[in-house]
Write a protein that binds this ligand. Structure first.
Ligand code: URA
Length: 412
């Protein structure tokens, strides 16, 4: 196959054949197709798009570039959730153990945070000893025993996406609906699911800035999932303000634990239940009971123990990861909180060290925000708007200045 011709055909908006897409992905996976040709191809797709059939073929080719889960005969329904990423989004930490309490298997393969959005793997790794590097065989054994696994992508799991996602990140080709669809769905479909729910975010803290774009992305992912025999549900969620009241790795785990114990912020619980009821085999009422009676919390302990952590550490996370500076930021005026800008809070958390600017960076588990006010709350001058957890006074000042811009108070 002549790759320059294929790139030119896509540049002119032509539809590529199944064979062409399959060969391109196979060649890229082995290294025969170099990064410079693949980045030109990705840019052509960004500008010219793909048909639904091309997108499905691309997804299938990327999924088949490595190993897929094979579940033993007679397995219970296999389900998962994926979020397109947000600020303070610790939903997976609650939803996965909750749904695993309902006689479903949840083989959740997650990613790391990049840019302002956090990643489930980074949050889990703030639990001492928690191992996200499992082989598919280890994952299968754990699924059989506990019904739940939360892990990272292995070298052999969708390797085409591993390479292509890293390439897109540095070539300005991330915001392409066919490429996002293929990237997300190839990984989810490699889990060999029966049901999948997609939490598609839109707003200042999300990939998709408008609801309209989020709907197009949701439709594209549903179409690909259906074509491959998976029941796919979508829930569109605004990402104007952070989810819950905390942003930052261990701080988010602490908040997720509260939710797993039947408490926690109301918005977090609602999102968890809205998504979980689409894929779990039980009613919303039953899901609420599983949160309130401690079942979901016990399942999380089981997960932590199975993956190398010690559940006894969970109540002590705040002490294990204690930032040198933990200080409140106070409201300058009295009024109603009219805005808590997710994008700005995410940016501040990133600069505090909670996230990474490039894939090879490490993350600081201790830093971030907690006790954040929520839109609609009444606040009096001098009351706390949030707590900032920082490594240094300079970092604290930076985060405080950004949070002052993020939170708006409208006089009554
Ligand atoms: N998450 C992914 O895994 N891939 C994308 O392209 C975007 C978000």
């Amino acid at each position: 196959m002549h790759i320059p011709t294929l790139i030119s055909r896509k540049r002119e908006g032509e539809e590529l054949s199944t064979r062409e897409i399959q060969q391109l992905i196979a060649g890229y996976t082995t290294g025969e197709v170099p990064d410079y040709q693949m980045s030109a191809f990705a840019m052509a797709v960004l500008f010219k798009g793909m048909t639904a059939s091309e997108t499905a073929t691309l997804t299938r080719a990327m999924m088949s570039s490595g190993d897929c889960f094979t579940h033993r005969p007679g397995h219970p329904p296999v389900v998962d959730k994926h979020s397109t990423g947000g600020i303070g989004d610790k939903v997976s930490l609650v939803l996965a153990p909750l749904v695993a309490c309902t006689d479903c298997w949840v083989p959740m393969v997650s990613g790391r945070g990049l840019g302002i959005t956090g990643g489930t793997l980074d949050k889990l790794e703030s639990i001492p000893g928690f191992n996200v590097h499992l082989s598919l065989d280890q994952a299968a054994a754990q699924l059989d025993k506990t019904g739940l696994v939360m892990m990272g992508q292995t070298e052999h799991f969708c390797p085409a996406d591993r390479k292509l996602y890293a390439l897109r990140d540095v070539t300005g080709t991330v915001p392409s609906i066919p490429l996002i669809t293929a990237s997300i769905m190839s990984k989810k479909l490699a889990e060999s699911l029966d049901r999948l729910v997609l939490d598609v975010k839109f707003g200042s803290g999300a990939f998709m800035q408008t609801k309209h774009d989020a709907e197009i992305l949701a439709d594209s992912m549903v179409a690909v999932g259906r074509e491959m025999g998976v029941e796919v549900f979508t829930v569109l969620n605004p990402m104007k303000e952070p989810t819950g009241r905390s942003v930052g790795n261990s701080l988010e785990v602490i908040e997720a634990l509260e939710c797993l114990e039947g408490g926690g912020p109301a918005d977090l619980r609602v999102i968890v239940l809205d998504l979980a009821e689409k894929i779990a085999g039980v009613s919303r009422l039953e899901l609420e009971r599983l949160l309130d009676d401690g079942s979901a919390r016990r399942k999380f302990d089981q997960l932590v123990a199975a993956q190398g952590g010690n559940p006894a550490d969970l109540p002590c996370l705040g002490r294990i990861h204690k930032a040198p500076i933990i200080r409140e930021m106070l409201a300058p005026t009295t009024g109603e909180v009219s805005k808590v800008d997710a994008g700005l809070i995410g940016q501040a958390a990133l600069q505090l060290g909670a996230g990474r600017a490039k894939a090879s960076d490490g993350v600081d588990f201790a830093v971030g925000f907690d006790r954040l006010v929520k839109t609609g709350e009444t606040i009096h001058a001098g009351q706390p708007l949030c707590r900032i957890h920082a490594r240094s006074a300079v970092d604290f000042d930076m985060a405080e200045a950004m949070a002052a811009k993020a939170v708006r108070i409208a006089a009554h």
